[in-house]
Design a protein around this ligand. Structure first.
Ligand SMILES: [Zn+2]
Length: 425
C-alpha cells in the first residue's frame, strides 16, 4: 500500500521537534519521503495536522465490556463487589468482543500501539493481528486461578505464549506479573527468569494505592518497588504502571535501572487513589515516563488525547505551578519516549521510520486559530478529531471510516456479550 499525505502540518517529533509544512509519502510499512512530493499513491489524504500515532502504555483491553459497570464506588468495594465477580465469568468470546471494541475506540482516537495486560492474552493478540494494530501483549501472572486457567498452569503457558509470538511484526509478547500484592516472591522470581530467558518486557502494577504499599510492607517487610527489585524485575525492560505512591529514593532507583513509569492520571483520579505520580521528580531524574489510560472500567475511555491533557493539568494543579509538565513534554511521553523505551522504530515522523501515523483535520473549531499546534494537541484536541489512522503503513481508518471492519456489527456483538455475561450465574 502507498499513501500520500498532502498540504499538511507535520508534527515530526524528531530530535529538534520540528513542525514543517508539506507532504509525507508512505510505501509498505515505512515513511519514504517528507517534503513537497508529487507522486501517484493508492490513497491521497489532504489538509491535515499529521503526527505520530499515540502509544497507550497501560490498558486491559477487554474491560471495555465493563465500561460504566459499577462507577462511583470506593476502589476496594468496586473491585470486590463488581469487577472481580464478573471477571470470574469471562470466556474467550467475551474477551474477543471487548477487545475488538477497544481497538475500534483506540484507532478512532489516534492510538496506534498499546501495551496490554489481561487474561486470554492469545485471544487478544489474535484480535490485534486481525485489526492491524500494534500490541505489546502482556500475559498476566497472578497467584489465583484465572477465568482462563488454573494458577499452576500460568508460568508454563506464559512461556509457550512467549515462544508463540516471538518474531511477529505487530505483536510483542510481554510477561505481566500483576503486582507485588497478587504475586508471591516465588512467582515474581519465576517471571523474572522468563523475561530474561526470552528478553521479554515486564509489565507490572506498582504502588497504585497507599493501601497496597502498606499491605506489601506489612507482609514482606518491603515496599512494592523494593520487592520488584529484590526478585530481579527492575531493569531496562520493566514497565511500572501507576507509581502514585513512590518515594524520592524510589524515583532514583527507577531512573538508575532505566525502567519506565506508566502514568494513568484519569484512572487514578476516578478511583481516587490519592497519590500523585511524582512527574516533576521523575523528569528531573531523567526517568522514562509514558502514559496509559488503564482499562475502560476505570477511565472510562481509551482516548489518549484526554490522558495527555489530564497529565499536564493534574501536576500543575497539585504543585500550584502552571509552568510544569509542559505540552511538548506530555506529547513526547505519548509518542517518542514510549517508542524509544519499547525499541520501536516509530514515535516520530522521519524517513525510514515505521509509518504509525495519525491525521487530524486542520479546520476544526477547537483547533482554530493555530497559535501553537503542540498546545492544541494536548489542551484542545479530542481523540474524535482524528480523521485517519495508519499503522505499519496500512490505512486502517480513513476519514473516520474503518476500511476493513464493520463497526456496527462489533457494537451489536458487544451488547450481546454484555447481556450474556450478566446472565451467567
Ligand atoms: Zn491496570
Amino acid at each position: 500500500m502507498s499513501i500520500l499525505i498532502k498540504n499538511s502540518i507535520i508534527v515530526t517529533q524528531d530530535r529538534e521537534r520540528r513542525i514543517i509544512e508539506g507532504d509525507v509519502y508512505i510505501e509498505d510499512d515505512k515513511i519514504v519521503e517528507i517534503g513537497n512530493i508529487n507522486i501517484e499513491a493508492d490513497y491521497v489524504i489532504k489538509n491535515k495536522i499529521v503526527l505520530p500515532g499515540l502509544i497507550n502504555m497501560h490498558t486491559h483491553l477487554p474491560m471495555t465490556l465493563l465500561r460504566g459497570y459499577g462507577d462511583d464506588l470506593p476502589l476496594e468495594e468496586w473491585l470486590t463487589t463488581r469487577i472481580w465477580p464478573i471477571e470470574a465469568k469471562l470466556k474467550a468470546e467475551h474477551i474477543a468482543a471487548g477487545t475488538k471494541l477497544a481497538f475500534i475506540e483506540m484507532i478512532s482516537t489516534g492510538t496506534t500501539c498499546c501495551n496490554d495486560m489481561y487474561f486470554f492474552e492469545d485471544v487478544i493478540a489474535n484480535e490485534a493481528k486481525k485489526m492491524g494494530i500494534r500490541c505489546y501483549a502482556g500475559f498476566s501472572i497472578i497467584d489465583f486461578d484465572t477465568p482462563e486457567m488454573k494458577r499452576e498452569k500460568l508460568i508454563p503457558e506464559c512461556e509457550k505464549f512467549l515462544k508463540r509470538w516471538d518474531n511477529d511484526e505487530l505483536i510483542k509478547p510481554v510477561v505481566a506479573p500483576h503486582s507485588t500484592y497478587a504475586c508471591s516472591p516465588e512467582t515474581l522470581e519465576k517471571t523474572s527468569e522468563l523475561s530474561k530467558k526470552y528478553r521479554a518486557f515486564i509489565h507490572i502494577h506498582c504502588s497504585e494505592t497507599r493501601h497496597e504499599v502498606y499491605d506489601v510492607l506489612k507482609k514482606y517487610g518491603k515496599r512494592p518497588l523494593e520487592q520488584i527489585k529484590e526478585y530481579g524485575l527492575l531493569n531496562e525492560k520493566t514497565m511500572l504502571a501507576h507509581c502514585g505512591w513512590i518515594t524520592k529514593e524510589e524515583v532514583r532507583e527507577i531512573a538508575k535501572a532505566k525502567a519506565c513509569v506508566i502514568h494513568n492520571p484519569v484512572s487514578n483520579m476516578k478511583l481516587a487513589t490519592g497519590g500523585y505520580t511524582p512527574l516533576p521528580e521523575l523528569m528531573e531524574a531523567n526517568a522514562t515516563i509514558t502514559l496509559g489510560t488503564d482499562g475502560a472500567a476505570s477511565n472510562n475511555k481509551l482516548d489518549m488525547f484526554e490522558t495527555m491533557k489530564f497529565t499536564a493539568l493534574i501536576h500543575k494543579h497539585h504543585r500550584w505551578d502552571a509552568s510544569i509538565v509542559k505540552a511538548q513534554e506530555v506529547l513526547d511521553m505519548a509518542t517518542i519516549d514510549a517508542a524509544n523505551f519499547l525499541k520501536l522504530n516509530a514515535g516520530s515522523i522521519e524517513v525510514g521510520k515505521k509509518a504509525d501515523i495519525i491525521c487530524i483535520d486542520k479546520n476544526m473549531p477547537n483547533l482554530i486559530p493555530r497559535h501553537d499546534i503542540i498546545s492544541h494537541l494536548v489542551y484542545s484536541a479530542s481523540g474524535y478529531n482524528v480523521s485517519d489512522t495508519i499503522i505499519n503503513g496500512k490505512l486502517i481508518m480513513h476519514e473516520r471510516k474503518f476500511l476493513n471492519i464493520d463497526v456496527e456489527k462489533v457494537y451489536e456483538m458487544v451488547e450481546k456479550m454484555k447481556e450474556d455475561l450478566l446472565n451467567i450465574s
